[in-house]
Design a protein. Structure first.
Length: 222
């Protein structure tokens, strides 16, 4: 029996990821470098340990760039792009449906807590969540399952009693590795990436009936 819905944040609740990619892609172009989605995808839904887009031009390509100035320009561009960004379709409806069913609602994010809280307050949905776990709470972020395992512990539930909603391959891998049914709803960037770990995939949450999601077992698609 499903007792909780666990949401990823970046790219799932609100699409911050497309704006990041555009900001970095345009900044790289100014320095004559083509930042492909394949390269950038190494840091989507996870830490910057494998690929750090802030430092790559200096550490790997040895370009004479002031990293502080570069970082500030990226953040400014991202903030500008996010000014008009809204919650992804179906998120608010799912939050309200989960509340109406008296399900527990949690959030598991590889981002820092202050980043997540800022947007939750802006979107006026912070009070929906019974538990929030972020990069501040774990040693390893997604695709490691630690975030989801800690979230389950916080909710006092078994993996079989929760459904995770994710948008990225790293996030989906983390959820499935923790034993949680995973519904993947890719955004405009992650829809081009290859997913190996998930139970069900949809273009939008509005395409997935909430009631059916709770009562129908999710089958492995890939």
């Amino acid at each position: 029996m499903i007792k909780a819905i666990i949401f990823d944040f970046d790219g799932t609740v609100i699409d911050t990821e497309t704006a990041w990619y555009i900001a970095f892609r345009d900044a790289y172009k100014e320095h004559g470098v083509n930042l492909t989605l394949d390269t950038y995808s190494q840091c989507i839904g996870t830490s910057l340990h494998t690929f750090n887009p802030y430092e790559y031009l200096v550490t790997d390509l040895h370009l004479p760039i002031n990293l502080d100035t570069f970082r500030e320009s990226i953040h400014s561009r991202h903030a500008s792009l996010m000014d008009t960004e809204k919650m992804r379709p179906g998120i608010l409806e799912y939050l309200n449906a989960a509340k109406a069913k008296h399900l527990k609602i949690a959030l598991a994010s590889s981002s820092k807590l202050d980043w997540v809280e800022r947007f939750l307050e802006k979107l006026q949905i912070r009070d929906y969540f019974d538990c929030i776990r972020t990069a501040n709470d774990v040693v390893h972020v997604k695709p490691d399952p630690e975030l989801y395992l800690q979230t389950l512990q916080c909710l006092d539930l078994n993996a079989s009693e929760a459904i995770a909603i994710e948008d990225s391959p790293n996030g989906a891998k983390a959820a499935v590795s923790a034993g949680i049914h995973c519904l993947v709803v890719p955004n405009s960037i992650t829809k081009y990436l290859e997913f190996e770990h998930f139970n069900h995939m949809a273009d939008s949450l509005t395409d997935v009936d909430f009631e059916n999601l709770l009562v129908s077992p999710l089958t492995i698609t890939k």
